[in-house]
Design a binder for this molecule. Sequence first.
Ligand SMILES: [Zn+2]
Length: 84
Amino acid sequence: MPTKAVLRHISIETPRTNHQRKCSAHQRGKKAHHILKGDTHLVIVEGDDKIRYCREAATEILDQAQRDLDALRLQLDRTAPASA
Ligand SMILES: [Zn+2]
């Protein structure tokens, strides 16, 4: 059985054009900005939408995801049958 990939809705993109893409973390206020040509950023696909986060926001999102993965792994290991 091939291992199921569960992170396929998350990717990193670096646009080659200045087509306007909103940063979902900074949509309004003083920090509001767009993601422009050359801005490597995190893309999360939710249904038909692509939600984009700039590098700064992506770092926090990936840190949180890492903590979530670590917690899942811990939970799995804790319930593992004792090896002989
Ligand atoms: Zn941003």
